[in-house]
Design a protein around this ligand. Structure first.
Ligand code: ZN
Length: 317
């Protein structure tokens, strides 16, 4: 308490300036906003529908990053085309914190085809993503030590909300009949979700959208859909529908009707200012959509009755 008064006196007008945080993805920005409350200005470089695997920073992005007090990234090579930019920022003395690299390493998934690197889509497991709160809180607290108490309180409150969301996801995905517990999507973004909530997950493309889908993969997935009588496959908002539609056609040729479930938010959230444009809304939309399209029980309004997008396209047909 004794040091508070001198700090306030010497800080002058600068004390009124809010911390400036620039995040790469919307999910990371949302985490930062939850922790920061109104003590920081948080912006995301990548908006709705943007694919972080392919995103290249523009000159004005670089300027924004250089002006920020703190740069928060997902890390684990999600932002694959931004590694030079991150190096330049670090060399310029900018704190660049990879929040997904702060979670329990033993719980990261290292797929054999990913050459010793970890799957970066950590946000798909709500309990694991909640661990990224710690590195976010630490990053903000070291840039703005006066706010440390606020950041800790906000992080705790958000963690409690995420625990409820995790329990909801477990409940609704747990209600999907055993044969249909298969989630087929455009790319491998949902492995963490599958492990956390007990759903077999297959992506048509690999972990990065840079890889091409093979004809053999498409044929295998069509056979799986027909054998298991899986009712739906799911497009993603940030990836082309082309391959997912090939599955629907392939299954039809085998006499099995597969519908397109609602589009899932994989690597980008929904529109800014909407419920689906928040992390909680994104996950709520995904798990509610998946559960309903695959024959499970989930309320149309989702976790908090706030879902507005069609979450049961498949079930309606
Ligand atoms: Zn991805």
């Amino acid at each position: 308490m004794l040091i508070v008064a001198p700090v306030l006196l010497t800080a002058g007008p600068a004390a009124a300036k809010r911390l400036s945080v620039v995040a790469t993805t919307g999910m990371v920005a949302d985490l930062a906003r939850a922790v920061a409350g109104d003590r920081a200005e948080v912006a995301a470089l990548m908006g709705e529908g943007v694919d972080p695997h392919l995103y290249k920073p523009t000159r004005s992005d670089m300027a924004r990053l250089l002006r920020a007090d703190v740069v928060l990234i997902n890390g684990l090579r999600l932002e694959g085309k931004m590694s030079d930019a991150f190096e330049r920022l670090s060399a310029a003395g900018k704190p660049v914190i990879a929040v997904a690299e702060g979670v329990d390493e033993a719980r990261l998934i290292a797929p054999p085809e990913f050459a010793g690197h970890h799957d970066p889509h950590v946000w798909m497991d709500v309990a694991l993503w909640a661990q990224a709160l710690e590195s976010t809180r630490n990053a903000l607290s070291s840039a703005d030590p006066d706010g440390a108490g606020t950041y800790a309180r906000n992080a705790d409150a958000y963690a409690a909300q995420l625990r409820e969301l995790d329990a909801y996801a477990r409940r609704v995905l747990g209600s999907v009949p055993a044969n249909a517990r298969v989630l087929i999507t455009a790319h491998d973004a949902f492995t963490y979700l599958g492990r956390a909530y007990g759903i077999e997950v297959r992506g048509i493309q690999g972990i990065s959208t840079e890889s091409e889908a093979g004809l053999k993969t498409i044929e295998e997935l069509v056979a799986l859909l027909a054998e298991r009588k899986v009712p739906a496959v799911f497009p993603e908002t940030s990836v082309s529908d082309r391959n997912v539609l090939a599955l629907v056609e392939g299954a039809a040729a085998r006499g099995h009707t597969v519908v397109l479930g609602g589009a899932l938010f994989s690597d980008a959230m929904g529109a800014p200012g909407t419920y689906e444009g928040t992390y909680v809304g994104m996950i709520d939309h995904n798990v509610t959509t998946i559960a309903r399209a695959l024959g499970g029980d989930a309320p149309a309004g989702g976790f908090q009755g706030k879902l507005r997008l069609a979450s049961h396209v498949g079930a309606a047909r």
